[in-house]
Design a protein around this ligand. Structure first.
Ligand code: ADP
Ligand code: MG
Length: 682
């Protein structure tokens, strides 16, 4: 019987050299090999002979090259014509503008050709759409099959994968089925062994589909079950009780210059209920930029303070943390609560002092960056943690902050509206509150897309706005690989604007500046000393400057919709009419379609869904680390129905057997423990 940990060298056909190559691909055991799923399939089930091809049809044949000829009938058109034959006929196979194909087409080569057939005046021609170079002798077992094509590397042939995997599949192996029979039946899933067999050696397209369904379901299911169980574990852990005493929250509300929106009130109610219960809250507040998340966080932090607990708020960048700090300080100090600011760029002495005050409980609210999760940062009595712009932090960082208290409540804030499918894979362990209402009096931002060559018009608009005492952001994209070039681009635009907008003072903000420099520039802009601010995307999150009415985004096609929307949210926060100008040079239809959508809607959730459909979930968060799990087979959004099904199945199972203690869940229990450990530690 096959052993899942069997080493590769015991498989026939894999010697030390091949083993090394496989290991470089991350395949180091028999199990890895079995889980190395095909990239695509080749259809050998419906092969035709040349003599059988009919005019107008698209068909697949196997034929041998007789001779090859190049033709250049006119400028810009390059034809490669190969005379090919099989035992029934001769034909001409034609490739358009693919000169690189020539090297593969040596006389005698055996080809698998798919293409459109033309039969005219007794001449047979195939306009080739797809070609594969075949070995001279086809192993008999590959004939007439749907053949798996594997992700491979230099020196590793398809044959090796096919034969090694066949050995494992034929080896009388029985991989353990970790779902119960009842479960498989309920969700109409193929057995695991059969699914492995069918994914590698499909009998037909229908059973391949069934196999994919089972395996993709499992990928989602394990993730969802881990998330649900992580959550359940929190629920079982006794948490802190925060009762509404009203003294701090009420006096703060009374002093606010505005009244809360309906959505803010509703979300605060949801938080209040959660925090009153004796287990740890884990809640995500999703709200568009400017929807007033900070006030919701403030309320929750005050509730913790009312109950004698400390609170912590962590943000991904220093600039953003600084704004929260300034906000909280002005709100909380009058209430007699000391707020501390923990950032990376602190002197040793300053840091030690803050840490001492925090440990002694003098600091009641700690605001900061990653500095908050440092080992030496210790709280006296941590009751609530708030994490802003959650998708920048992983499950692990969340956990690190949580461990600083005895099961503190947790509130997570995200300004990136996230499509439901992604929210499920990222935040399946959180309850979700929506801040779906903007504070009153906001005029929607007018969004305009302009071409590079209309820059003069843009400069005019900027001038007009500045003359009215307003301010402008100009954002230049920063893509990590070409940081130097992008920086140069930002500097050029800065120099240009300085001239065009003279005498208005213009600032430049970029990632190479020290934190102190950045802060100084940002502060100057916020105070109105700088009228325009050219920056790389360091201002992406959270920053609040009410007088800013223009957001110019250079090379806007390089941003995702969600990012563009976030940037746009930096303006239009006051009562003034604001503009978002998307500058681009692109003629790429998909990119233009995305930009057009930006001009048509201000709805962040709608943009998020579209962005994911257009660019896929990997691109959704842009170039930064996004914390999305990687799947072997599953693809979002295509497989979202299976995701929903897996989510429901995970919730159902965890409801029935929360400890996974029943005998039929033994194997599942082992697998899921491994998975959860990876998630928290990984
Ligand atoms: P975000 O959700 O993007 O974090 P903020 O919390 O920064 O939004 O709020 C944006 C601005 O709106 C701030 O200036 C804040 O003071 C203001 N604001 C928040 N809630 C209200 C409200 N209910 N009415 C009026 N203004 C509000
Ligand atoms: Mg915010």
């Amino acid at each position: 019987m096959y052993n899942r940990y069997m080493e590769l060298q015991f498989i026939k056909g894999i010697g030390p050299k091949k083993q090394k190559l496989l290991e470089q691909m991350g395949i180091s055991s028999a199990e890895d090999l079995l889980l190395h799923y095909p990239r695509r399939y080749e259809d050998r089930t419906s092969l035709l002979k040349l003599g059988e091809l009919a005019d107008g049809q698209t068909g697949t044949v196997i034929a041998w090259v007789v001779k090859v000829e190049e033709q250049r009938p006119r400028a810009g058109l390059y034809l490669l014509k190969a005379a090919v034959k099989d035992e029934t006929a001769m034909a001409v196979a034609t490739w358009f503008n693919q000169p690189y194909m020539k090297a593969k087409l040596v006389a005698g080569a055996r080809l698998l050709l798919t293409g459109k057939v033309r039969r005219q005046f007794g001449r047979l021609e195939i306009l080739v759409q797809d070609m594969e170079l075949l070995a001279q002798e086809e192993p008999a077992e590959e004939q007439g099959k749907i053949l798996a094509v594997y992700p491979a590397a230099q020196g590793l042939q398809q044959k090796l994968f096919r034969q090694a995997i066949a050995q494992l599949l034929d080896g009388g192996r029985q991989a353990e089925e970790y779902h119960s029979a009842a479960f498989l039946q309920k969700y109409r899933l193929m057995g695991f062994n059969q699914a492995l067999e069918e994914i590698h050696r499909p009998k037909d397209w229908a059973s391949l589909e069934e196999a994919r369904k089972r395996l993709i379901f499992d990928e989602f299911f394990f993730l969802q079950l881990s998330l649900v169980l992580l959550r359940k574990k929190d629920l079982h852990n006794k948490g802190l009780v925060h009762l509404s005493k009203g003294n701090l929250t009420e006096s703060w509300l009374a002093g606010l210059p505005f009244s809360l929106t309906g959505a803010q009130k509703r979300v605060i109610e949801e938080i209040k209920e959660d925090m009153a219960r004796p287990y740890a809250m884990a809640r995500l507040v999703q709200g568009d930029v400017g929807s007033g998340k900070t006030a919701v966080a403030a309320w929750a932090l005050l509730l913790a303070a009312e109950n004698g607990f400390q609170g912590a708020m962590m943000a991904p960048t220093e600039i953003l943390a600084q704004q929260h700090y300034d906000n909280f300080n002005s709100w909380f100090q009058p209430l007699g609560l000391k707020v501390g600011f923990f950032k990376g760029s602190m002197g040793q002495k300053e840091k030690r002092q803050l840490q001492e005050e925090l440990a002694a409980g003098q600091i009641r609210i700690a605001v900061g960056t990653h500095a908050l999760i440092q080992e030496k940062t210790v709280f006296q009595r941590l009751g609530l943690i708030v994490i802003d712009e959650q998708h920048r932090f992983g499950v692990r960082q969340r956990a690190l902050l949580q461990e600083k208290g005895d099961h503190p409540d947790m509130l997570v804030m995200s300004a990136t509206p996230i499509p439901r499918t992604l929210a499920l894979t990222l935040y399946g362990d959180l309850d979700i509150s929506l801040l779906d209402e903007m504070p009153p009096g906001r005029k929607p931002v007018k969004t305009i897309c302009i071409l590079e060559k209309a820059r003069e018009k843009l400069n005019q608009l900027l001038r007009q706005e500045l003359e009215q005492g307003h301010q402008a952001f100009v954002v230049c994209p920063l893509i990590e690989e070409s940081e130097a070039m992008d920086l140069q681009n930002a500097q050029e635009i800065y120099q240009q604007l300085k001239k065009k907008l003279n005498p208005f003072p213009v600032g430049l903000l970029h990632g190479r500046q020290s934190a102190a420099e950045k802060e100084e520039i940002m502060a100057a802009f916020a105070a109105g000393a700088l009228k325009a601010l050219v920056s790389t995307t360091v201002i992406e999150v959270g920053v609040n400057v009410p007088q800013a009415t223009v957001m110019v985004i250079e090379n806007s096609e390089r941003f995702g919709l969600a990012q563009l929307h976030q940037l746009r949210g930096r303006v239009g926060r006051g009562k003034l009419q604001a503009y978002c100008i998307l500058v681009t040079n692109t003629s790429e239809p998909l990119a233009l379609q995305r930009l057009k959508l930006m001009t048509e809607t201000n709805d962040g959730f709608c943009l998020a869904e579209e962005d994911m459909l257009l660019r896929g979930p990997g691109e959704f968060f842009g170039t930064r680390q996004h914390g999305l799990p990687e799947f072997r087979l599953a693809k979002l959004p295509e497989d979202r129905q299976l995701l929903e099904m897996a989510r429901a199945a995970a919730l159902d199972l965890a409801g029935q057997d929360p400890e996974l203690g029943r005998s039929e869940h033994l194997e599942l229990n082992c697998l899921i423990k491994k998975k959860m450990a990876e998630m928290v530690n990984g």
